[in-house]
Design a protein around this ligand. Structure first.
Ligand code: F6R
Length: 568
């Protein structure tokens, strides 16, 4: 994971760290910056360093993989003579064997990254930078986006394999970044690196080379990036801002699906019809959205399946008649990208639903639908989940006649109007260590999603399950006052499951649209399944948010996590 920046233009440390801050969603264990005159790194979130002017800089925000969270392990890393500085996103999986070949070098950290600096130090003794880069591409295994800065040299050197890297072209110089948001306030002109590309970047220009057998010069296209969504913050946390934004995000998506993206949706419908099967691939919250996608497509008579990306190849066989639909907020999740590479090799067609435009997954797809949630900053996904689910339900509705967006937004607004009541419930849950969420049918994915939110934001162990599965084991864990959220949509089976918990002393918190004797409910005012599912999800998001507030937790940046998971 991690976010990297390389700036080849007249700038200052404050500006560079400002750009780095926009990548903090990629990790925030430690940060660091090196310029022609400054070298600072520190554990923790990005903080200002003494401001100074410079002509060149590299910077990094870390999500630890190799080596614990310490100042020594923070980037930039340097060689023995502190001449070569570099930042890296990815993992050099054979770093130990590379290190073993670097005799006499003194290593200061436990990271895989530092090996790269010493590798270049060694190679540059006998060859020029292009030869050294070729050697590195041949020797290194794993994924990397690297920016190298060499003292006394007016160029930055950038290498990409696996991890994302883009270049922002401004009138005063050039900016390298893990993603385009870093320079979104500086330019609309972006260049995306391809696999195994190397670039020499200066204030005055750039040269790109592709590593085939040798480094071959490449012509690169400039993409005019259109920025949507806003990043300004008027609330205490991005999470609550993004929860409130959901009705508006759905309206934006509806408009787009029915106008700008109409043709894309029609193409996707055709692709589904012409495939033998449709299989979703996703991770985390996005996987939960795909469970809803499977449910709605199956309801519409379309055979659909889903599989978690990191285990896809172990549990699913695909062929050229399979249509794969990747679902991802960031469009950069490495598990999804890896799975897609495998499927492309087998001839499968790729479609996607993505929030971040121009992302790797979008660029790998034959057809890609933008879910139009706008930039999501809180690590926990809220509005992106909702728009993924709405987008997938809309796709299903193309097979069985329309859907009513208005009902969905009304149901969500009705939940938001009950925030005070949800806050009171949160107070009663803050000391709990375990929680369960049960649902059946279309409410099973919601149970999973609410449980994930509870774990990551309020640090309470939570399990989201199919109501029918309780009696097959988990019921043994129910004790007096164990909290269980029951997603009750009037069907008798789920009411019976909740009663079974109540009979054993558990405390039921019903999210329901029907009268029950189960307990004081959060009222879901929903006439259809999608509205119910999303209203219940939003109730869960609000509950989680308020539990975390009660516990004074770092809501937007929960410990150990990052928003964009770019490692396997
Ligand atoms: C949880 C969350 C994660 C992501 C997962 C996939 O709130 O945000 O579980 O859903 O890391 O990320 P994307 O959707 O970017 O592929």
């Amino acid at each position: 994971m991690c976010g990297i920046i390389g700036v080849a233009k007249k700038t200052n440390t404050e500006e560079v760290l400002g750009m780095l801050k926009r990548l903090e969603y990629r990790g925030y264990d430690s940060f660091g910056i090196a310029t022609d005159s400054v070298f600072e790194k520190e554990v923790g979130e990005i903080k200002p360093v003494q401001n100074s002017e410079c002509n060149m800089a590299i910077a990094h925000t870390r999500w630890a993989t190799h080596g614990s969270v310490t100042r020594e392990n923070a980037h930039p890393h340097s060689d023995c003579s502190n001449k070569i500085f570099l930042v890296h996103n990815g993992i050099i999986s054979n770093y130990q064997s590379l290190k073993a070949g670097l005799k006499g070098h003194v290593f200061k950290s436990e990271t895989d990254t530092e090996v790269i600096a010493h590798f270049f130090e060694e190679k540059l003794k006998t060859m020029d930078i292009k030869e050294a880069v070729k050697e590195f591409f041949r020797a290194a295994a794993g994924e990397f986006a690297i920016v190298l800065m060499i003292k006394g040299d007016s160029n930055l050197y950038a290498l990409k394999r696996g991890s994302p890297l883009s270049l922002g072209v401004t009138k005063d110089g050039n900016i390298l970044a893990s993603d385009i948001y870093a320079f979104s306030d500086k330019t609309q002109d972006a260049i995306f690196f391809h696999e195994d590309e190397f670039a020499i970047i200066s204030k005055a220009g750039y040269e790109f080379y592709r590593m085939y057998d040798d480094l071959e010069p490449q012509k690169k296209e400039i993409t005019k990036v259109e920025w949507s969504g806003t990043v300004e913050k008027k609330y205490d946390h991005y999470m609550i801002k993004e929860i409130y934004e959901q009705p508006e995000a759905i309206e934006r998506l509806q408009l787009s699906l029915q106008s700008a993206q109409k043709e894309k949706l029609e193409n996707l419908k055709e692709m589904i019809k012409q495939s033998k099967r449709t299989v979703f691939v996703a991770s985390g919250t996005s996987y939960h959205a795909t469970l809803l996608g499977v449910y709605f497509l199956n309801q519409a008579g379309v055979e659909a399946h889903t599989m978690i990306a990191s285990e896809f190849q172990n549990f699913y066989l695909v062929d050229k008649d399979t249509l794969i639909i990747a679902v991802s907020q960031s469009g950069e999740t490495m598990d999804v990208i890896e799975a897609l590479h495998g499927m492309k090799g087998k001839g499968a067609k790729i479609a996607s639903f993505v929030n971040v435009p121009y992302s790797t997954i979008q660029r790998m797809s034959n057809v890609s639908v933008n879910i139009e949630a706008g930039q999501e900053i809180c690590v926990a996904s809220t509005k992106a989940f909702t728009n993924q689910a709405v987008g997938l339900a809309y796709l299903a509705s193309l097979f069985n006649g329309g859907m009513d967006f208005q009902k969905v937004t009304n149901s969500i607004k009705h939940i938001i109007s009950q925030e005070q009541k949800i806050k009171e419930i949160a107070k009663t849950l803050k000391k709990k260590e375990d929680m369960y969420i049960i649902g059946r049918g279309f409410l099973y994915p919601v149970a999973r999603e609410v449980a994930l939110k509870v774990k990551e934001i309020s640090y309470i162990h939570a399990e989201g399950m199919m109501g029918g599965e309780l009696k097959h084991g988990t019921l043994a864990l129910i004790e007096k006052d164990t909290p269980v959220i029951a997603l009750v949509n009037g069907k008798t089976e789920i009411v019976s499951n909740a009663m079974e918990i109540k009979a054993r002393g558990g405390r039921i918190i019903p999210f329901t649209n029907s009268d029950t004797t189960l307990g004081d409910p959060i009222n879901i005012n929903a006439e259809d399944e999608l509205s119910f599912a999303l209203a219940a999800t939003v109730a869960g998001q609000l509950l989680t948010y308020h539990i975390a507030r009660e516990k004074n937790l770092p809501i937007d940046k929960p410990r150990n996590l990052a928003k964009s998971v770019t490692v396997k």
